[in-house]
Design a protein around this ligand. Structure first.
Ligand code: CO8
Length: 256
């Protein structure tokens, strides 16, 4: 059975991490398959969005602790961390807008995966945290930085240094997740949002993601926004969208 199921819908794909016997822990096979699934979805020009979720009662309960225990040397540990970081960054920088449907535990590498996505919807019964310190290690797939960006230095350090798990209400209050839903509402909400984006102008959608995610100082980010606007401001879709508004009809976007 595949460790990551790919379910293609109209304009978006659902990637379900499917290793429920280990609470979907990210071993090398899962990470490699996840990366391949992402590349496959990206290469399909009809795709606009992605949903990532977990089979069973967890989203992802972390990197696979058995594999971490078997890491032979400090250089191998660093290389493993860089490899995992690159996969998370690949998701963060994807042209596809990603919805992370946090159906259950999102711990360690699981929270790091969720934070690399664009929008997090969390079940009210789920829990998240960075419990690595309880294993004598620290987050290594981007968690120290993405958590800090989401909730600030003090709160990020507390979560990482204590290893505490927090509930959905607290995660939302801290800004780590964007929405909280009843458990059976997480996927319907993610699918409704992904389906909405499937109707939007493709080039503008990609430009929107890249501009919102632009890094650096304000002057640099504004320059990036203007450059992105320059690329799409006179596109066929921009002509079509503005004409459709003025002609009081629905636009037909072509992605050009
Ligand atoms: N890795 C491997 N197996 C796991 C993991 C994991 N992260 N999490 C759960 N499992 C397995 C359990 O071993 C168990 O297997 P088995 O049935 O064979 O004993 C099965 O999943 C079910 O788990 P539990 O029986 O423990 O279920 P509970 O409901 O009692 O507890 C918890 C659920 C609280 C989620 C618990 O399983 C738990 O604490 N899991 C570990 C959470 C954790 O510590 N995650 C962080 C891992 S480290 C990490 O993510 C680092 C990322 C960066 C790496 C950088 C590399 C250098």
């Amino acid at each position: 059975m595949a460790v990551v199921n790919i379910d293609r819908r109209e304009g978006y794909a659902i990637l379900t991490i499917n290793r429920p016997e280990a609470l979907n822990a990210l071993n090398r096979e899962v990470l490699e398959t996840l990366q391949e699934a992402l590349i496959t979805a990206e290469s399909d020009s009809s795709m606009r969005a992605l949903i990532v979720t977990g089979a069973g009662r967890a989203f992802v309960a972390g990197a696979d602790i058995r594999e971490i225990q078997a890491i032979p040397s400090p250089p191998a540990a660093e290389a493993f961390s860089r490899w995992g970081q690159n996969i998370m960054t690949r998701l963060a920088e994807s042209r596809l807008v990603s919805f992370m449907a946090i159906n259950g535990f999102a711990l360690g590498g699981g929270l790091e995966l969720a934070m690399a996505g664009d929008y997090r919807i969390m079940a009210d019964s789920a829990e998240l945290g960075q419990p690595e310190i309880l294993l004598g290690i620290i987050p290594g797939f981007g968690g120290t930085q993405r958590l800090k960006d989401l909730c600030g230095e003090g709160r990020a350090l507390w979560l990482i240094a204590s290893g505490d798990r927090i509930n959905a209400e607290r995660a939302h209050a801290l800004g780590i997740v964007d929405e909280v839903c009843p458990a059976d509402g997480v996927m319907p909400r993610a699918e409704a949002m992904a389906a909405t984006l499937a109707t939007r102008a493709p080039l503008a959608l990609e430009a929107a993601k890249r501009a919102v995610r632009a890094e650096g100082g304000m002057a640099h980010r504004l320059k990036f926004e203007a450059a992105a606007f320059g690329l799409i401001g006179c596109s066929d879709d921009a002509r079509e969208g503005t004409a459709a508004f003025l002609e009081k009809r629905r636009p037909r976007f072509q992605g050009s």
